[in-house]
Structure formats: C-alpha cells, structure tokens
Design a protein around this ligand. Structure first.
Ligand code: G1P
Length: 292
C-alpha cells in the first residue's frame, strides 16, 4: 500500500444547523477565531502529507474555489497600503498549481454519493476523506495519526472518538472486536443506530483512510439511514472482504456545523492562541460574570 497523497473533502452540505449565515456563505468558510474552518482542514491535510485535495462541491459553493485563488484587487490594495504581513498570510495558504480539484455533486444524495463523485480524480490509490465541518485540535494532527496507523496496518482506518451513550444516534458507530492501544479491530459498523441499539460508544467523527475498492461498493447507490447513500453502509459492505480498523485518536473534536460546536471551537482555539489568549480569557470571564 502506498502513502496517502489524496484527500476528498465533501463540501456540498447545506449547513442547515447554522443558518441563516449559511444562506450565502458556505459553512466551511465560517470563521473560527480569524480564519475559515476550511483553512484548518487544508492545513491538517498538508501536514499529514496530502498533496491533492478533491473538493466535492454543490450549488452556492463557488466561494470555496475563490477562497483558494488570488484575490487580485484585495492583494493590490494590501500591497499599496504596506500591509505585507496580512498579504503574506493570504498568499501562504494558496495551493500549488494543480493541488486542488473541484467536482460537482449535483444532487444532495448523501455522503457516500459525494465521495463516489470523486472516484475518477482519486483513481486507484488509497485516499483520505476529511469531513470539513469537523476541526480536530491535536498534535500530531488527527489525519497524521491515522496515516501513521495506516502505514502500520495497510488497512482501512476510521478515526473515532467516544461520545455519550445518548448521542450515539447522531453518528456512524463502530462495533469493536479487539483493541491494541488506540487501534481497534472492527467487527461491524452502523449509521445512526436507534437509541438503545448502538454496538458501542465509538463514533465515526470525520476522518477516514480508505482503499479505492470503496468505490465499487458506493457504485451500488443503495440508500440507507435517512434515505441517503451512506458512506458507512458502503464501508460495512467492504468489511466482508477487507480489514477495517478504528483509531481512537488523541485530540479535541469540534463539530463546527453545529451552533455550540462552532462556539466551543472559537472559544477553545482563541484561548490557546499566544497572541489572543489573554484577551480571549478576559472576554470569556467578563461574559460569564455578566451571565450570572
Ligand atoms: C456523517 C457520517 C457519520 C459521522 C458524522 C460525523 O453524518 O455519515 O457516520 O459519524 O458525519 O460528523 P452527518 O453528520 O453528515 O449526518
């Protein structure tokens, strides 16, 4: 198995949990502290060795493609005003030529369908899937931890975290068979189990490394939970012929597609910033004092 060089980022979701802002701004471009969620995600991928990002977009998501391009007028203004630090910050995250591809998912048929839309760009290599509304704060980062586990096992790996029993119905949940430290050999998985039927509290949280055979399973286009074509169902079928591991990564997970998750990410990441931490702490403390 080769090293993981490509990642699929499904960014076609509507962001209904954080409306009305997402009426005109893709949720992946909402700021956390002072840069878009996607900026954290692409940084994580690059640090984990990803060399090609495949965005699966939808209507009203053109701003994502623009974000990863020059803003000619803005850059000229910043240059004229001598704001070189800001200008360098903007330019630093621009892609190298050919580092990003954009594929359109024309109907919202589910996460599995979105990943399948990237099949021709991914080709016949193992690849990562990164859900771009989930920020994981970790060192080494979450995808790098998974890539390391993939190099050891050569098998499909899914990042998981423990969630409270009463929240398992919101996630894909894995059924563990044997555990070796953070690596868990799986015996099954289920998308959004009904309350009381969950095989564990290990939830799939948005980072995957998969073999290209997943596309054969996705091509069946079978709808699952919620009537959507689910990635979890395709993975469960692929388990009949390939090994799957869950990896309980180290780090803090923030679901930024959710109001409180987005708030938690903003507060936690601002508090950790050397340049903003002190001011953030004072602001949070004052807000708490005012709330009681
Ligand atoms: C998706 C996946 C699910 C995973 C979740 C993590 O669900 O289908 O397996 O646990 O992301 O956020 P969604 O949140 O899109 O319904």
């Amino acid at each position: 198995m080769g090293r993981v060089r490509k990642a699929v980022l499904p960014v076609a979701g509507l962001g209904t949990r954080v409306l009305p802002g997402t009426k005109t701004v893709p949720k992946e471009l909402l700021n956390v502290v002072d840069r878009p969620i996607l900026s954290y995600i692409v940084e994580e991928g690059r640090k984990a060795g990803i060399e090609h990002f495949v965005f699966v977009t939808g209507r009203n998501k053109a701003a994502i493609e623009d974000y990863f391009d020059h803003a000619v007028e803005l850059e000229a203004q910043l240059e004229a005003k001598g704001k070189t630090e800001l200008l360098e910050q903007l330019r630093a995250e621009l892609p190298k030529a050919g580092e990003m591809s954009f594929v359109r998912q024309m109907q919202p048929l589910g996460l599995g369908h979105a990943v399948w839309c990237a099949r021709d760009v991914i080709g016949n290599d193992p690849f990562a899937v990164i859900l771009p509304d989930v920020i994981v704060d970790a060192e080494p980062n979450c995808l790098a931890q998974l890539a390391d586990a993939f190099e050891r096992t050569g098998a499909n790996i899914i990042g998981v975290e423990q969630v409270p029993e009463n929240e398992t119905h919101k996630y894909g949940i894995v059924a563990p068979a044997e555990r070796d430290g953070r690596l868990v050999k799986m015996s099954g998985m289920v998308e959004k189990p009904k309350p009381g039927t969950s095989p564990s509290n290990l939830a799939i949280s948005g980072r995957y490394i998969l073999t290209p055979q997943i596309f054969e399973e996705l091509a069946r286009h079978e709808p699952g939970a919620g009537g959507e074509i689910q990635l979890t169902d395709a993975m469960a079928r692929l388990m009949a012929r390939q090994a799957f591991y869950a990896y309980e990564y180290e780090g803090a997970t923030y679901d930024c597609g959710d109001k409180i998750g987005l708030l938690r990410a903003n507060v936690a990441l601002a508090l950790k910033r050397p340049d903003l931490g002190e001011a953030a702490r004072a602001a949070v403390t004052a807000a708490l004092a005012g709330a009681v």
